[in-house]
Structure formats: structure tokens, C-alpha cells
Design a protein around this ligand. Structure first.
Ligand code: CP
Ligand code: NVA
Length: 317
């Protein structure tokens, strides 16, 4: 990489960084990549992805690493534990140094503001692999899974249950507002459990143009009525301290996705969870291991959709 100034480098930090048209383009490419992976086996020849992790991962690490390899490129796993970042090195110096050596950076961080700062100083595209604010790669895979299941349409209703103050929830809300479908988030009352105000406000603005309907409720009956897609996520996200667990189980239990709740959705509704999942917590074993569950299609789709994201960002460089 040289040191030239890149005008308006395209990063993928939020669902909001993509238009509806760009999301559709990425989904179409992901479907093509899934059908014909070998046609793209040299598409990112000699390209390198740096993968910075401040938190654990199975799906994100494996899907990006395998994806890069399948495209002819190379991925470097870089744990924060091995890094001087934040201790002996600034984000500025991390971004500038990495930009001289790799073609793309993906990062899983605690604070979204750190990701924004990495992107600010990076001369190569930066991808959000999960922050406290959003998990947009996950939600692109979720939309692909909904599309494959024949659910994705302006008439679709997605019902989300559980933690509203959550990266996946925020990205799903933005997806509904951009793509123009309905989402109803059912979560406990209180700012610790509800989506961020700035997400709700952002979705209101986006929904005006798209026909999206983004609602937050504490009433599970309101959320589940007429749902085509039922989604939940961990009550114990990576950043939640152990001492909060007992209290959170009690708070979230009324929002558990169980067989009785699924029976109130449309009969052909699908069930999704980005994983990792705990049976008996955010959903019962009967739901996640039952016939309506598409959680492993959803996990696999991380691979295809992220290959499409990397090709798209690379094409803009
Ligand atoms: N869904 C997801 O991002 O999983 P990992 O935490 O295993 O990467
Ligand atoms: N909300 C979860 C997603 C895990 C992939 C977390 O932040 O841990």
C-alpha cells in the first residue's frame, strides 16, 4: 500500500453505511458465491485481511478466514492480547501501520467509537465484526437467510425477543428501516434493556423513505402477532459481567422464545439466533432444535455474505 490519500474510503461499520440497493447487490453476489464458489477462487489474489479481536468468536473468525482463503487471499488473526494497541500504541498508529501492510481490516471491539477511530485513520476499508453498537455482518447474513426462506418482502414482520440494548438488535432495526419491512422488538423496560435512543431516532428517519416499520414494545403478544420471522440473541452478550447473569435471567425470562410463543407466530414462521445460544435461556431446546429453526443456515450465510462484502469493498478501492 502506498501513502496516497484515499477520498471517501468506503467502510462497513453500520447497516446504515449501505443503501437498500447496495444491500441487494451484496445479497445477490452472496447467492452467486454460494452457488459458484470456484468462479471466485482468485478474486482477491494477493490480498490480505487483518482480523483484530477484543472479544471471543467462532463464526466471525472462521467465516472471515475461510472466506478470504476461498477468494484467493489471506487472513491474519490478531488478538488484542498480542497487541500493544491501547497500551503502548494509539489507534492512529495501529491504523496507519496496518494500512501499509494489509488491504482490509476487520475488527471486533468493545467500543464502537474505537472502530470509528480505526476507520478514521485507515487507508484501507474497515469492517465491523461486532461492537457495542452494531453487528452488521451478522444481520446481512440474517437477511440472506430470510430471503432464502422466502420471507423477505415489504410485508414481512420480524419479531425480536430479549435484549434490546444489543448490537444485533440495533442492526436488525436499521435493516428493517432501510429495506422497508416491519420489526417489533419486545424487551424489558429500562434503558439497560431497550435499544439506544439514537438507533430508534435513526430508524424513524430512514423509515420515512422506505416504508419500514420499527417498533419497540414490552408486550410479547404485540410482537409475536403475525410474525413471519422470530429472532432472539444471547442474554449474556460477551461484554456482560458474570455477576449480572442471575439478575438478567430473571429479567429476560418473560421474553424467552419457547414453544408456546412460537405457536402464536404465523404457522410457517422461521426461528433465528445468530449464535452462540444457550438452550433454556433465550430460547428452549425445542425451538432452536425444532423444525422452524434455521440457525445453521444463518451461521453458514456469514461465510457467503462476508465474501460478498469483501469483494464489494475491494471493488471500490
Ligand atoms: N454470531 C457471531 O458473531 O458468532 P461469533 O461470536 O462466534 O463470531
Ligand atoms: N449480542 C451478542 C452477539 C454475539 C455474536 C454479543 O454481543 O455477544
Amino acid at each position: 500500500m502506498d501513502n496516497k490519500t484515499v477520498i471517501e474510503m468506503k467502510h462497513f461499520l453500520s447497516m446504515n453505511d449501505l443503501t437498500k440497493e447496495e444491500i441487494e447487490l451484496i445479497l445477490d453476489k452472496a447467492i452467486e458465491l454460494k452457488r459458484n464458489p470456484h468462479e471466485y477462487s482468485h478474486a482477491l489474489n494477493d490480498k490480505t485481511l487483518l482480523m483484530l479481536f477484543e472479544k471471543p468468536s467462532l463464526r466471525t473468525r472462521v467465516s472471515f478466514e475461510v472466506g478470504m482463503e476461498q477468494l484467493g487471499g489471506h487472513a491474519i488473526f490478531y488478538s488484542i492480547d498480542d497487541s500493544p494497541l491501547g497500551k503502548k500504541e494509539s489507534i492512529h498508529d495501529f491504523s496507519k501501520t496496518s494500512s501499509r501492510m494489509v488491504n482490509m481490516i476487520m475488527a471486533r471491539v468493545f467500543k464502537h467509537s474505537d472502530l470509528v477511530e480505526i476507520a478514521k485513520y485507515s487507508d484501507v476499508p474497515v469492517i465491523n465484526a461486532l461492537s457495542d453498537y452494531e453487528h452488521p455482518c451478522q444481520v446481512l447474513a440474517d437477511i440472506l437467510t430470510m430471503k432464502e426462506a422466502g420471507k423477505l418482502s415489504p410485508r414481512m414482520k420480524l419479531a425480536y425477543f430479549g435484549d434490546g440494548n444489543n448490537n444485533v438488535t440495533h442492526s436488525l432495526m436499521f435493516a428493517a428501516a432501510i429495506m422497508g419491512f416491519e420489526i417489533c422488538v419486545a424487551c424489558p423496560e429500562g434503558s439497560e434493556y431497550e435499544p439506544w435512543e439514537r438507533v430508534v431516532e435513526g430508524c424513524d428517519v430512514l423509515s420515512h423513505g422506505s416504508g419500514g416499520r420499527v417498533n419497540v414494545t414490552h408486550d410479547i403478544g404485540e410482537a409475536i402477532a403475525g410474525a413471519d420471522v422470530v429472532v432472539t440473541d444471547s442474554w449474556m452478550s460477551y461484554h456482560i459481567p458474570h455477576e449480572k447473569e442471575a439478575e438478567r435471567v430473571q429479567t429476560f425470562m418473560p421474553y424467552q422464545v419457547n414453544e408456546a410463543l412460537m405457536a402464536r407466530a404465523k404457522p410457517d414462521a422461521i426461528f433465528m439466533n445468530c449464535l452462540p445460544a444457550m438452550r433454556g435461556m433465550e430460547q428452549t431446546a425445542g425451538v432452536i432444535d425444532g423444525p422452524q429453526s434455521v440457525v445453521f443456515d444463518e451461521a453458514e450465510n456469514r461465510l457467503h455474505v462476508q465474501k460478498a462484502v469483501m469483494l464489494y469493498l475491494d471493488s471500490l478501492c
